[in-house]
Ligand binder design. Sequence first.
Ligand SMILES: N[C@@H](CCC(=O)N[C@@H](CS)C(=O)NCC(=O)O)C(=O)O
Length: 203
Amino acid sequence: MKLTLYGFNKTRSMRPQWLLEELALDYHFIEVNIFQDEGMTKEYRKIQPYGQVPALDVDGKIIFESGAICHWLADQFPEQGLAPALNDPLRADYEQWMFYSTATLEPPAFNYILHTQILPEDKRVKAIADWNEKQTVYILKVLNNLIKDKPYLLGEQFSTADIMMAYLLFWFPDILKRFSVLQDYCERLSQRKAYLKIKALNQ
Ligand SMILES: N[C@@H](CCC(=O)N[C@@H](CS)C(=O)NCC(=O)O)C(=O)O
């Protein structure tokens, strides 16, 4: 399988990059500097029509959306155990957290950092930042309680859902200080060899 990941430093391409390293797969990385409009070139939009990263080329077939790429990749290598099998009782929990991370946590988490860190100061709206911070904190508070006796989202088994979720949690080192379980969870994940490798690549 020939794999090419299109991505950029410290973006959502870290999710599939982390997973590719966990799976110990060979892949080629092509940097697309989205901050210098490289995503909007005619050539790149043939790969990812919205001009965003990540996108993964698998033997000439392109997949985009970080969650879809990770979900698909983990299922291609069942022997690596990063996604429970369809008939495994943990599969339902796995699907739940895969979708929860992008559909429920990510919108408020992203809007919060958008209106506190990413947008130029004169474009930030305090009411939007405040509302999204409140939502994010509420989600983290409940999650902190739900995983208090578990090393990973699925219990003892590390999975791709942890990659999807932790990528977002790493955005909030300050908020995490309020949630010791989540802090320990992030610390545990941040010590994984694959994560340490992609962290070094995403400086
Ligand atoms: N839901 C998409 C979001 C992709 C996305 O927003 N990527 C950002 C980088 S993290 C990007 O390419 N932004 C440039 C743009 O939107 O023009 C995913 O998870 O892959």
